[in-house]
Design a protein around this ligand. Structure first.
Ligand code: GLN
Length: 484
C-alpha cells in the first residue's frame, strides 16, 4: 500500500478495497517501526488521524468525495495546527499549542486529508541539512549517515521512506526542492502568492512559499489544487484563478523550449550530478523539446543577496518571540530586560541567532543603504535575468543542488559552504517564480533532482513537463532499501 500514489490510493478507497482507517493504521505502524531511526517526525497525532480517517470513510461511503479524502499526509511543523504542538523545529516553540489552523492545513483537512503528524525541520526553516532542529537531525533514508537536505528535511525523508504518501513543505530559498532532490522525491515551490502564508510561521515574508512534496507530479497536482488560491487573511496572496492542475498533465512537449543556464553547469557542480541532469535533458529531446543554452548573468549575486534579504526579514519576524506572549520563557527573570534576553538567548539555536544578528546589522541606520538597499537592487537584476530568459524559452532546467546528499556533520561548522547548497534554488525565490524538483537517474548511489523553473503562475506547465518525464522513466518509483 505504501508504494502507491495518491491517485492509486484514492481509487482503492473509492472502490472499497481498503478503508481510510486501515490505510491510516498501516502508515502509523510504519512510522512506529521505522521513524525511530529517521527522526523525521516531531509529533505523531495517531488518535486525531484515526478519527479523521473514520470521518473520511463515512464520507467515502456517500460516493461524493475529493481526491484527497482519506489520504494520509504529514505536515511540516511550520504550519499552525489547532490543538497540536507547532514547534517550527525550535525550543522557542516547544511548548506552543496553536489555537488555530494555517490556511494550508485547514484546506487540506477540509478536503479530507488525514494528518498523521508534524514533520521535523531546520529551526525556523533556516538550514539546508535539517541539522539545526532542536529535535536533532533527520537522517536520509537512502543512507542514514547522510542528511536529507533542509529545511523541509523531515517532510522529504518521511515521504521517501513511505511513512506517508505526501507531505507539505515550505521553500524560502530552496527548502522544498533541495530536500526533495536529496531524498529522491518530487517537490514544487509555487509562485510567490499562489499559496496562502496565513498560519505558516514566518521566516522571510517576501520569499516564503508553501508547496507539495510527493512521489509524482500527478500527486503534486492534486495537493496543490487544494493548497492554492486566494486567501483574504494573507495580504500577499494572489487573487488569480486556480487552474485545473491535473487537466494538462499529458499535454505534448513537442516544441517546448528549454533553456539551460550556463551558470548552472559551471564550477562547483558534481560531474556525476551533471551527467544525470544531461541524460534527463536527453529524455526531453526525445519528447520533442528544443534545448538551448541561455544565460542568467546575475546568478552569482543570488546567494549574497539572499543572505542579506532573508536575515533582515527574519530579524524582524522573529522579534515577536520575546518570552512574553507565547513560547519559551526563561526561569526567574530579574526584570523585563532579563526576561527578553534570556528567553531569546535560551530559546533560539545558533543558526537562528546568527541570522538575527546579520539581519539586525544589515538593517541598522548606518548600514541600511550599503546592505539592504543594495540587496533590493541586486534582487531586481536577478528578476530581470529571468524576465529576459522567459522571452526566449518556456522553462529553464538545471540541477536542483550541486551535489548528492552530504554526510551528517560534514558542513555544519561552515555556514558559507552550507549556504552554497542552495546556489541553484535561491534565485527563483528572490524573483518569486515557481520551481520544481524531480528525481532523475541517481549518481554516487544517491538521488539527484532535476530542477524546472517556470514563469509566474506556470505551475500547470511545470507539472505537465514533470509528468511527461515520469511517464517515460521510473526514477521517481525507486525506494530506499529497508523502506520498501
Ligand atoms: N537553506 C536556505 C536557508 O538556510 C533556505 C531555507 C528555506 O528555504 N527555508 O535559509
Amino acid at each position: 500500500m505504501q508504494n502507491q500514489t495518491i491517485a492509486e490510493l484514492g481509487a482503492g478507497l473509492r472502490a472499497g478495497e481498503f478503508s481510510s482507517v486501515e490505510l491510516t493504521q498501516h502508515f502509523l505502524q510504519r512510522i512506529e517501526r521505522l521513524d525511530g531511526e529517521l527522526n523525521s517526525l516531531v509529533t505523531v497525532t495517531a488518535e486525531a488521524a484515526l478519527a479523521a480517517a473514520e470521518a473520511a470513510d463515512r464520507q467515502l461511503e456517500t460516493g461524493e468525495s475529493s481526491p484527497l479524502m482519506g489520504i494520509p499526509i504529514i505536515q511540516k511543523d511550520i504550519f499552525c495546527t489547532r490543538g497540536v504542538k507547532t514547534s517550527c523545529g525550535s525550543r522557542m516553540l516547544d511548548n506552543f499549542i496553536s489555537p488555530y489552523d494555517a490556511t494550508v492545513t485547514q484546506r487540506l483537512l477540509q478536503a479530507g486529508a488525514v494528518s498523521l503528524g508534524k514533520a521535523n525541520m531546520d529551526e525556523f526553516a533556516m538550514g539546508s541539512s535539517n541539522e539545526t532542529s532542536y529535535y536533532g537531525p533527520v537522517k536520509n533514508p537512502w543512507d542514514t549517515s547522510r542528511v536529507p537536505g533542509g529545511s523541509s528535511g523531515g517532510s522529504a525523508a518521511a515521504v521517501a521512506a513511505r511513512l506517508a504518501v505526501a507531505a507539505t513543505g515550505t521553500d524560502t530559498g530552496g527548502s522544498i526542492r533541495q530536500p526533495a532532490a536529496l531524498c529522491g522525491i518530487t517537490g514544487l515551490k509555487p509562485t510567490y502568492g499562489r499559496v496562502s502564508r496565513f498560519g505558516m510561521i514566518a521566516f522571510a515574508s517576501s520569499l516564503d512559499q508553501a508547496g507539495p512534496m510527493t512521489h509524482s507530479a500527478e500527486d503534486a497536482a492534486l495537493l496543490l489544487q487544494t493548497m492554492a488560491g486566494f486567501d483574504e487573511k494573507d495580504s500577499t496572496s494572489a487573487n488569480e484563478p486556480v487552474p485545473d492542475y491535473s487537466e494538462g498533465l499529458n499535454d505534448s512537449l513537442q516544441g517546448l523550449r528549454i533553456g539551460l543556464p550556463k551558470e548552472y553547469f559551471g564550477e562547483g557542480l558534481d560531474p556525476a550530478v551533471a551527467a544525470s541532469i544531461e541524460s534527463a535533458i536527453d529524455v526531453y529531446r526525445e519528447l520533442g523539446a528544443e534545448v538551448k543554452e541561455i544565460s542568467l548573468p546575475n546568478s552569482g549575486l543570488a546567494v549574497p543577496t539572499y543572505y542579506v534579504v532573508a536575515p533582515a526579514e527574519c530579524s524582524s519576524n522573529l522579534s515577536r518571540f520575546d518570552g512574553v506572549r507565547f513560547g519559551y520563557r526563561c526561569d526567574n527573570p530579574r526584570d523585563l530586560e532579563d526576561l527578553y534576553k534570556r528567553s531569546r538567548g535560551e530559546g533560539f539555536g545558533p543558526e537562528v541567532k546568527r541570522r538575527i544578528m546579520i539581519g539586525t546589522y544589515a538593517l541598522s541606520a548606518g548600514y541600511y543603504d550599503a546592505y539592504y538597499l543594495k540587496a533590493q537592487k541586486t534582487r531586481h537584476l536577478i528578476s530581470d535575468d529571468f524576465k529576459q530568459a522567459f522571452a526566449e524559452v518556456d522553462v529553464i532546467m538545471g540541477p536542483t543542488a550541486p551535489t548528492t546528499a552530504f554526510g551528517l556533520g560534514e558542513k555544519v561548522d561552515d555556514p558559507v559552504t552550507m549556504y552554497l547548497n542552495d546556489i541553484y534554488t535561491i534565485a527563483t525565490n528572490l524573483a518569486g517564480l515557481p520551481g520544481m524538483s524531480l528525481p532523475v537517474e541517481p549518481a554516487n548511489g544517491l538521488p539527484v533532482g532535476l530542477q524546472i523553473i517556470g514563469d509566474y503562475f506556470a505551475e500547470a506547465k511545470l507539472l505537465n513537463v514533470a509528468h511527461r518525464f515520469q511517464q517515460e522513466t521510473d526514477w521517481h518509483k525507486l525506494t530506499p532499501e529497508g523502506f520498501a
